[in-house]
Design a protein around this ligand. Structure first.
Ligand code: ADP
Ligand code: ADP
Length: 220
């Protein structure tokens, strides 16, 4: 599903990712860990095309980044769901409308939007908060809205960048359990975190990044 082949990334001649090679299988849920500054965010950005690799090739589903045509770039971006530490919800829109936004931009008809958004909110156990606004929700609930927004388009892969960084430890574990549920329904997931507690006992692959290099992997 995802393959990095000898991928390197530089910022102003400084090497941020060095010769990164790994694969993630379809349906896998894996963690990417390493200290702050190791390059985790940058690695995820290369997958959702917020940044481009300077060397090497990246394959995501049927997309080869090396030979991507300009028209395929928005297609690829639309087929990747991303969740961030700070949720990035629109506070003036209801939960429903936050989750519906990308579908409306795509021009999906309102009847289908209603079904898709209800389905996504059900998967994150938030259907009862559909009409609420983000700022009255807890941090964990806000992150669940962000996850619903990311999965409502049935992405090829769901990427999470330090998704529990703003949450207390118990809520953080709940969010990881939610990712496990979503993964069981078939979504491929990569979670970047410096927090080892999150993958302890998950029995999932953990890719270890340090100073821009993949230094090995373990099972959580
Ligand atoms: P992590 O997510 O593991 O904390 P990042 O990928 O955010 O690591 O950052 C890796 C390194 O790249 C850090 O040293 C960071 O300062 C640097 N970096 C990240 N983005 C940029 C950028 N746009 N320009 C220059 N340096 C950057
Ligand atoms: P994260 O918490 O995900 O590691 P950062 O705080 O490292 O994020 O980065 C936030 C934003 O600033 C990102 O868009 C990143 O590319 C950019 N950035 C990070 N470090 C640098 C840097 N040294 N120079 C320029 N931009 C940077």
């Amino acid at each position: 599903m995802i393959a990095f082949q000898n991928v390197s990334k530089y910022y102003e001649h400084q090497s941020i990712l060095k010769n990164i090679t790994f694969t993630i299988q379809k349906g896998e849920m894996a963690f990417l860990t390493g200290p702050s500054g190791a390059g985790k965010s940058t690695l995820l950005k290369l997958m959702y095309l917020a940044e481009w690799p300077d060397e090497g090739n990246i394959v995501i589903g049927d997309f080869q980044l090396q030979s991507l045509s300009p028209s395929q770039i928005p297609m690829l971006r639309r087929s990747i769901g991303v969740v961030f530490q700070d949720f990035k919800l629109i506070n003036t829109l209801s939960v429903f409308d936050n989750v519906a936004l990308s579908l409306r931009i795509k021009g999906v008809i309102e009847k289908d939007i209603k079904n898709l958004v209800s389905g996504a909110l059900k998967r994150v156990h938030l259907r009862h908060l559909s009409d609420s606004y983000p700022l009255i929700l807890s941090g964990g609930e806000q992150q669940r809205v962000a996850i619903a927004r990311a999965i409502v388009t049935e992405p090829l892969v769901l990427l999470a960048d330090e998704p529990t960084g703003n949450l207390d430890p118990n809520t953080a574990i709940d969010i990881i359990k939610l990712f496990e549920e979503i993964n069981l329904q078939g979504t491929t997931i990569i979670i970047a975190t410096h927090n080892k507690e999150l993958f302890k006992n998950t029995k999932r692959r953990v890719l270890k990044l340090d100073s821009g290099s993949l230094i090995g992997e373990e099972v959580g």
